[in-house]
Ligand binder design. Structure first.
Ligand code: 13P
Length: 257
């Protein structure tokens, strides 16, 4: 890294932390990453129930840790039992929200169209989406990664303004790399990141492509983070398992600094 874009390391806590566990984890994270706050955007994405406690700690302790949700509904209110609207995330001072994680696509029926609605609803509420994309093992083995991911980007990120496109954060997460310990080579991950950037460029122009950040996700660990971060089109990471411990998360944040 080291181009014009500020690196970002975001922790996706998935369905692993209670509110109390998350509060303790943020306390531990602040102790170990505060030396690099000016150089790396550090973000945590707790489950919905942990957002309030996380938001309170971040505000009271003046932490420069960004807060993200893991999902959102695109409507601002309505009879959608179990769903959370963007304005509810705004109230909790969420800066970011993950949209279209492969686990939402696989287990909750999310499509490129619903991802697109969410991305628009988030931007309209002043929340920056972290939009996920990535191919299955079958598509990877069939050599269809770029074709598949390009469609996810074209459809999931359609209809934005160039300014919104410039603020985009896209996480390339090959499904077969998530939680498996397997990863693409950094060069291959960078090839896809470059293609994502080129697709954003074709849709919204070169300035948006240069400004948008592309993260890699999928079995990012302290041992491999620096290799991914040395690639020119990879601007950081979306981290699952290794984000649940302050020391491993800190090592990855430092690798990005
Ligand atoms: P792991 O880092 O546990 O592979 O998870 C990656 C991920 O899905 C982050 O959103």
């Amino acid at each position: 890294m080291g181009g014009p874009r500020t690196p970002m390391v975001a922790g996706n806590w998935k369905m692993f932390t209670t509110s109390g566990e998350g509060a303790a984890l943020i306390g531990n994270i602040q102790d170990v990453v505060s030396d690099v706050w000016s150089r790396v955007d550090v973000v945590v994405c707790p489950p919905f129930t942990g957002l309030k406690a996380a938001s309170t700690i971040i505000e009271l302790d003046h932490l420069r840790i960004g807060l993200g949700a893991q999902d959102v509904h695109w409507e601002s209110e309505g009879a959608f039992t179990g769903a959370i609207a963007p304005r509810m995330l705004v109230e909790l001072r969420c800066d970011y929200c993950i949209a279209g994680h492969s686990e939402r696509r696989e287990f909750f029926g999310e499509t490129n169209e619903t991802v697109n609605r969410k991305v628009h609803a988030l931007f309209a509420s002043g929340i920056t989406p972290i939009t996920c994309c990535g191919e299955s093992l079958a598509l990877y083995e069939a050599g269809k990664t770029e074709e598949f991911v390009r469609t996810q980007i074209r459809e999931g990120l359609a209809g934005l303004t160039p300014e919104q496109a410039a603020a985009l954060i896209v996480a390339y997460e090959p499904i077969w790399a998530i939680g498996t310990g397997h990863t693409p080579t950094p060069e291959k991950a960078n090839d896809v990141a470059r293609m994502i950037r080129a697709t954003i460029g074709a849709m919204y122009g070169p300035p948006a492509a240069q400004a948008a950040r592309v993260l890699y996700g999928g079995s990012v660990k302290p041992e491999n983070a620096a290799m991914f971060f040395s690639e020119p089109d990879i601007d950081g990471a979306l981290v699952g398992g290794a984000a649940l411990k302050a020391d491993t998360f800190s090592d990855i944040v430092h690798a990005a600094s």
